[in-house]
Design a protein around this ligand. Structure first.
Ligand SMILES: NC(=O)c1ccc[n+]([C@@H]2O[C@H](COP(=O)([O-])OP(=O)(O)OC[C@H]3O[C@@H](n4cnc5c(N)ncnc54)[C@H](OP(=O)(O)O)[C@@H]3O)[C@@H](O)[C@H]2O)c1
Length: 322
C-alpha cells in the first residue's frame, strides 16, 4: 500500500511549478519544501504552491520533513543532486534525461543500490494509462509485424542566456530535451534496444543541437525515424505501422488519453481516460515504486535510453559533456 510522500522539490523553474500544482490532485503526495538558490524564488514558490521555501539545495536534501526529492534542476545537476539526496536518505524522482551521459547514470544507480533509495527517471508521459495501453496493444501483436515508427517532438521559443537547454555543460540541446522522448517511446513499444543508430544534427551557435533527425533500426524488420528540435515548429505525432495495422497518437508526450487504431480498413479511437493530471499520475506511480512496485521506468529502461542518446550525439557531432 502506497503512503503519502512528503515531497521536496529541487529548483523553482517551469516544470517544478507544474509538478507542484499537480501534486494537489493526489492524496499520495504533498509538498513539504522547495529549495532554491535564492530566498525570493523560494518564498515566491512556497506562497504559490504551499510547503516551505528553503535556500540552498543542501538544506532541502537534508530536511527531515522530506521523504522524496523531485529533482527538476538542469540536466547537468541531475547526477550531483540526486546522489546527494539519496545519500541523505531520500528517494529521488529525477527529471529526464536522467543525467548528461551513461557514466553518470550508472553512478546514480550504484548509489541507489548502495543506499536503498528508489531512483526513477521522470518520463511522466509513461505513467499515463493510455500510453501503457498503446504499448500493450503494439506488443500484443495488434499491428502484426511492426515495420515503421515515425515520431516527432519539437518546440520553438526565445533563446535565453539563462536557459540550460542552450548550455553544453548542462547537456542541453534538442536531442536531450525532447528527442529523448521519441527514443523512449520507440524502445518501449519494441520492448528492446535498437541494433543500429544514425543521426544528423544542426549545431546552434551556442554549441548544442537545436534540431536533429535520427534513425533507429530494431533488428532486421523495424525501422524508426524521429525529428526533434528547440527552434522549429513541428507536429508531435507518432505513427507505429505494421503489416496488419497502424496506430496514430497525436501528442503522446502530453497524452489526452486517446490514440487511433486502424486495422482492416477500419479506424477506431481507443480511449483510456483518467481524471488525474499527468504529474499527479507520476507522483502516484512513484509512491507505488517506493511501496515496492516495479517502477514504470526501470533502471534498464533509463540506461538503455541514455546509451542511445550517447550514440546519437556522438554520431551527429553533438558534444557529450561530463
Ligand atoms: N517532464 C517534463 O514534462 C519536463 C518538461 C520540461 C522540462 N523537463 C526537465 O526538467 C528540468 C528543468 O527544466 P525546466 O524547464 O523546469 O528548467 P528551468 O525553468 O530553467 O528551471 C530550472 C531550475 O533549476 C535551478 N537552477 C540551478 N542552476 C541553474 C542554472 N545554472 N541554470 C538554470 N537553472 C538553474 C533554478 O531554480 P532556482 O533558481 O530556484 O535555484 C531553475 O529555476 C530539465 O532536466 C528538463 O529536461 C521536464
Amino acid at each position: 500500500m502506497s503512503e503519502t510522500l512528503r515531497w521536496g522539490i529541487l529548483g523553482t523553474g517551469m516544470i517544478a511549478g507544474k509538478f507542484a500544482a499537480d501534486l494537489k490532485s493526489t492524496s499520495l503526495g504533498e509538498l513539504s519544501a522547495t529549495g532554491s538558490r535564492n530566498q525570493s524564488s523560494a518564498d515566491g514558490f512556497a506562497a504559490k504552491h504551499g510547503g516551505k521555501g528553503v535556500v540552498g539545495y543542501n538544506v532541502l536534501v537534508n530536511d527531515p520533513e522530506v521523504d522524496a526529492i523531485y529533482n527538476s534542476l538542469p540536466n547537468g545537476l541531475h547526477a550531483e543532486w540526486s546522489i546527494k539526496a539519496m545519500q541523505a536518505g531520500k528517494h529521488v524522482l529525477c527529471e529526464k534525461p536522467m543525467a548528461r551521459n551513461t557514466t553518470e547514470v550508472e553512478e546514480m544507480f550504484r548509489v541507489s543500490e548502495k543506499t536503498g533509495q528508489i531512483l526513477v527517471e521522470a518520463f511522466m508521459y509513461r505513467s499515463h494509462p493510455a500510453i501503457q495501453k498503446l504499448i500493450d496493444t503494439v506488443r500484443g501483436g495488434a499491428l502484426g509485424q511492426v515495420k515503421l515508427i515515425r515520431s516527432n517532438f519539437s518546440f520553438t521559443r526565445e533563446v535565453m542566456e539563462s536557459d540550460a537547454r542552450y548550455q553544453v555543460n548542462h547537456a542541453g540541446g534538442g536531442l536531450m530535451d525532447v528527442g529523448c522522448y521519441c527514443v523512449n517511446l520507440a524502445r518501449a513499444v519494441m520492448g528492446s534496444e535498437p541494433t543500429e543508430t544514425a543521426c544528423f544534427a544542426h549545431i546552434h551557435e551556442k554549441g548544442v543541437d537545436d534540431y536533429a533527425a535520427g534513425l533507429l533500426r530494431f533488428g532486421e524488420k523495424t525501422l524508426m525515424t524521429f525529428t526533434c528540435g528547440m527552434t522549429v515548429h513541428n507536429d508531435w505525432t507518432t505513427y507505429i505501422s505494421g503489416d496488419d495495422g497502424e496506430i496514430e497518437i497525436q501528442a503522446p508526450w502530453f497524452c489526452d488519453g486517446t490514440f487511433k487504431l486502424t486495422r482492416e480498413g477500419k479506424t477506431e479511437m481507443i480511449e483510456t481516460k483518467t481524471d488525474k493530471p499527468m504529474y499527479a499520475l507520476e507522483a502516484e506511480a512513484f509512491a507505488a515504486a517506493v511501496a515496492g512496485e516495479t517502477p514504470w521506468i526501470t533502471k534498464e529502461d533509463t540506461l538503455g535510453n541514455m546509451k542511445v542518446l550517447d550514440q546519437l550525439r556522438s554520431l551527429s557531432g553533438v558534444p557529450v559533456p561530463g
